[in-house]
Design a protein around this ligand. Sequence first.
Ligand SMILES: O=C(O)CCC(=O)C(=O)O
Ligand SMILES: [Fe+2]
Length: 512
Amino acid sequence: ELFTSMAHLQTALYAERDIARTLKQYIESEEKRIEKLKSIANELADHSNRALEQPDKTIGNPVSAFLYVKRLTLDWEREIEPIINNDTYTTMVKQVEYLRQDLPKYEDLSGAAAALMRLQDTYKLDTSKIAEGDLGGSKCATLSAVDCYEIGRISYNEEDFYHTTLWMNEAISRIQDEHNSTVSKSILLDYLAFAEYKQGNIRHALSLTNELLTIDPHHERAKNNRVYYERMIKEEEKSQKRGDEGSKNVIHNIRKIDEYRNSDEFLTYESLCRGENTQVVKDADKLKCSYRTNKNGWLMLQPAKEEEVHLDPWIVIYHDVMSDDEINTIKQLATPRLNRATVQNSKTGALETAEYRISKSAWLKETDHPVVQRVNKRIEAITGLATDTAEELQIANYGLGGHYEPHFDFARREEKDAFKSLGTGNRIATFLFYMSDVEAGGATVFPYIGVKLFPKKGIAAFWYNLFKNGEGIYNTRHAACPVLVGTKWVSNKWLHERGQEFRRPCGKTEAE
Ligand SMILES: O=C(O)CCC(=O)C(=O)O
Ligand SMILES: [Fe+2]
């Protein structure tokens, strides 16, 4: 999901800046051109005025006649023509078109709306609070009635009538306080009534339609809908009198239920994201903190600050395990096009956008970068496991609403071939660095065991995904909660089975 990535939006900010520069430059050069055109026009007017007073004098004198003809031919072509026929405009249009490629597109708009609705659901936020820009973090923007209407329309087009209702209602309540909104109440009522009908609330749909008809008595669709809703309600009442089974024939198939979103797992995931203590975390009183040295020279000098957050499966956090400098370097290596520079072409004067693009795949090859090597060595020292390069550090940048639904990091039995191409076996363990603080949201949660980890810049989480016999530890199922306010950077290092024979010998059972 590119559109929720902060890095992507940041690229758009650079493009926006460059478009502004292009426009300003264009305006400046056009202003100069207009000045020149003005003086050309004045000159022509002056000359013709003077000459027309005494045409004979001007045209009759061979020298003046020569100069006059020269002025309108040679000089015209050399001096005037380039000012009149000038392609600054076309150049500017092309430049803006080029830069626009990096601006958000319509699919980004629906992505941003989807992110808002995801946050609304997961964090149980009031629609009006969201519209007020009140998301629990810093507040900076509010939504107008039209903005709410547009969000409602996006949901409507995706047949998400639940959110359509919430946002159209919000638009209606905002329109009362706005003077000249560009959306009318009757349009909002029209959408709202239909969304209510689609959710099976026919009586409510009818009363909204009646309200619409008091505002706009000639609304054709509303008149038809009123007849239709009234007939449905009558039929429903008739069948109820006859004692038929409910009103199934009327409302069947109207409600679209997203099964997964209503599953226990998903509901637990969401409640953990909200920070609720849904489950009793087993053996929470036995958790310990310690300094880990592993008799390793490097760790002896600077022990890893280990904090247990769960015993079985074993999940720990390491504090201060990545420095700000290292974090900045890794972010920079992983961010495409953030190091963009805008330069001026010396010949044409046009602005050119030079891209020092470091794509993700380029990053994957940068295993010899000193910071990457240092980080890998640290993981080895702390975990006692070898870091192969089958999967390099993976960097993720979650923006608004960015999330990752519940999953296992290891390959299940039935997907034996998942990591075959790597040739290094399954993911034995996960080392997950947090490279930013997150203002609100963005926790890593483990729905089966009730563990929630809140991001903090410089810490890392570690857990084994596999028992010693290679079986997957299903209780490590985890998810990344949607980012509510701020941006979240994490870096994953997956450790594989191969190469660990002496470091973590295989066992016949789960434990040993
Ligand atoms: O970002 C997180 O909190 C978890 C990420 C994760 O689980 C993954 O990338 O596999
Ligand atoms: Fe994961």
